[in-house]
Design a binder for this molecule. Structure first.
Ligand SMILES: Cc1cc2nc3c(=O)[nH]c(=O)nc-3n(C[C@H](O)[C@H](O)[C@H](O)COP(=O)(O)OP(=O)(O)OC[C@H]3O[C@@H](n4cnc5c(N)ncnc54)[C@H](O)[C@@H]3O)c2cc1C
Length: 587
């Protein structure tokens, strides 16, 4: 997230073909520059609108904190449309509705400042003709332009495939990879050697990953991920010119294995996109794959694509599915694992599970769909305030040593400080509790002193519930007062004794009045299950037979990973899928 300085990064979009300005009697606008702002996802979007007497001349962005690679592109697109149509009646960008709306509102505010009634600005046609799309053919089609897809396309090109089309449904390549922190686990890399770090063994890396993932991963696939993770980092440096920080960090376990991409996920995507383009890959943004086509032998024969309201077919013998996970599709999540019913999607908006749906429609098996990473968020903000991961963030509330979680019956049900496999050990009892009690949330409780000391504030300009007594707290939470009184008294007794006989909690701090409470719900951010694949990244049916010509890599594919290895899962397996797809078409 960046705050743009007004001069250096101002976005200027100027309409060409100006007509001469009318005299003051016929002036449509009062010429000048006007500023407007509106709340975006992560902060204010501030724009300056420059008007001549007869038109909206230009719009520059003075400040925004929208997500790089998604919100910022939406701002640019919306401004472009406003200038083209000379109106604020423009469409929002799919997947970036909040950023789009904030831009429209900020421009409207600036126009209002100039005395313009925006309702009188009827959209002018942009005179842009719709180009008719045609069916075509390709050697390989890669679906998805995140880390996995771009890597697969590069590797396929390097393996000799010529006519590679990469379909990306969003306005630009990136997906979740662009928003990643850019931490990639690896050993025996050039970065480690240059830093003079102690060597790490394969066994130590494998055990660390499996321990972190509670030994829930498939051993054969995990072995490939681990054996190649260092080579993946070297490949990114040598083939795609990705830069890594000099220092390798200790993270997610005791090993010094975390390589951090300079410029994080955004620069990883920039370099991969550039490398893929230079390798001759035909990257088609705003082209959404909607269906896989099989031939009479049930092998891949093509892909149906939607773009600009039209549909076309690409005939091809090989497809690499790299559409990411489904962490923005809670309905699909609940369908695949009813245990997760009630979650909200806070992953990348492009991660709607298209690849899982398309693949299962042609007979692919889905596995590990009971595993995902979820983060506790503010339920009311998610539900009633168009919440985002940022606006509904309560992670510092949850991190309090005196955090107590209770169900709507006012009773504890879990060791609140437990966790593991990216918090599934905490979230699963929470989902269980919600379902058992027919509730869409659980209550998180702390106290005013702790939250003030940690400067924890609630998002969306809201205040947490606070109460001077347990009785008042119970009334505001609408839970049974006796149950809550008993729960908090027991908790404080356990905290003073340092032992929790009910749930075996070991980390405590006492709760003291006045108390604070908020409704919390686990929201999915990374999914670990997906399309079943074998060691060659070939997609499998439930009987373990291969769907000829169909490959999968990255978050769309099953074999739950872990932080540092999810990017590896994309890049390492993107390489495997791309190389094997190239070899398949040459057979
Ligand atoms: C905030 C955050 C931080 C993270 N940080 C790290 C980290 O530091 N280290 C780590 O190891 N992991 C991290 N992860 C996880 C990791 O980023 C992802 O698992 C990985 O980037 C997934 O890559 P991918 O290529 O499979 O999917 P994506 O990068 O999501 O790419 C999928 C692409 O497919 C496109 N697509 C989807 N459907 C279609 C369709 N029908 N037609 C055409 N295109 C389509 C999407 O638009 C998208 O561009 C993080 C995740 C999050 C949410």
């Amino acid at each position: 997230m960046k705050k743009f300085s007004s001069l250096a990064l101002a976005l200027m979009l100027v309409l060409s073909g100006c007509s001469s300005a009318p005299n003051n009697d016929t002036a449509k606008f009062k010429a000048g520059s006007y500023t407007g702002s509106a709340k975006g996802n992560n902060g204010d979007v501030v724009v300056e609108v420059t008007l001549t007497q007869d038109k909206i001349e230009s719009i520059s962005v003075k400040q925004h904190e929208e997500t790089a690679g998604l919100g910022d592109t939406a701002i640019e697109r919306v401004i472009d449309e406003i200038i083209k149509t000379q109106s604020v009646q423009v469409e929002t960008v799919s997947g970036a509705t909040n950023s789009s709306n904030a831009t429209i509102e900020a421009v409207s505010a600036a126009l209002k400042e100039a005395g313009v009634d925006v309702n009188t600005l009827t959209p002018q046609s942009s005179n842009e003709e719709k180009v008719a799309v045609e069916d075509t053919s390709a050697d390989i089609v890669v679906i998805g332009g995140g880390g996995a897809g771009l890597t697969a396309a590069i590797e396929a090109a390097d393996a000799g495939a010529k006519n590679i089309i990469l379909l990306e449904k969003m306005m630009q390549t990136g997906g979740t990879t662009a928003t990643a922190q850019g931490m990639i686990a690896g050993y025996e890399t050039q970065v480690q050697k240059a830093a003079g770090d102690e060597a790490i063994s394969y066994e130590a890396m494998y055990d660390n990953l499996m321990n972190n993932a509670l030994w829930k991963l498939e051993p054969e696939l995990t072995e490939i991920t681990v054996r190649n993770c260092g080579k993946t980092i070297d490949w990114l440096m040598d083939r795609a010119n990705v830069k890594f920080q000099d220092e390798v960090l200790v993270g997610y376990g005791p090993l010094k294995m975390m390589h951090v991409v300079d410029g994080l996920g955004v620069s990883l995507i920039d370099e991969l996109t550039r490398t893929a383009s230079e390798a001759g890959v035909d990257i088609r943004t705003e082209n959404k794959a909607v269906e896989l086509i099989l031939d009479d032998n049930n092998n891949i024969a093509g892909v149906k694509v939607e773009t600009n309201g039209q549909t076309y077919t690409i005939n091809t013998k090989a497809v690499v599915l790299a559409t990411g996970g489904y962490s923005y599709n809670p309905e699909l999540t609940a369908l695949l694992d009813p245990e997760k019913e009630g979650t909200f999607g806070i992953g990348h908006p492009s991660n709607t599970g298209d690849g899982l749906i398309m693949a299962s429609n042609v007979g692919a098996a889905l596995t590990h769909t009971n595993h995902l990473m979820a983060v506790l968020k503010d339920y009311e903000i998610m539900k009633d305030h168009n919440g985002t991961s940022n606006s509904a963030n309560i992670s510092r509330f949850i991190a309090q040593d005196n955090l107590v979680l209770v169900g709507v019956d006012g009773k504890r049900f879990v060791d609140e400080k437990s966790g593991g496999y990216m918090t599934q050990l905490l979230n699963e009892p929470i989902f269980d509790q919600m379902h058992k009690q027919g509730s869409e949330f659980v209550w998180a409780i702390s106290d005013v002193a702790s939250l003030e000391a940690a400067e924890v504030k609630r998002g969306a300009d809201l205040e947490f519930i606070s109460a001077n007594t347990v009785e008042e707290l119970a009334e505001k939470m609408e839970v049974d007062v006796n149950a809550l009184t008993e729960t908090l008294a027991s908790y404080n007794k356990y905290a003073s004794e340092g032992y929790d006989p009910e749930f075996k909690r070991t980390t405590f701090a006492p709760l003291t009045a006045p108390y604070v409470a908020v409704k919390a719900v686990p929201c999915e951010i990374i999914t670990y299950g997906g399309v079943a694949r074998n060691e060659s990244a070939e997609v499998l049916r439930a009987d373990a037979s291969v769907i000829g010509g169909l490959y999968a890599a990255g978050e769309v594919s099953a074999n739950s990973a872990y932080m540092g290895f999810t990017l590896s899962n994309a890049v390492t397996w993107g390489r495997i899928a791309g190389a094997n797809a190239a070899s398949y078409i040459s057979e």
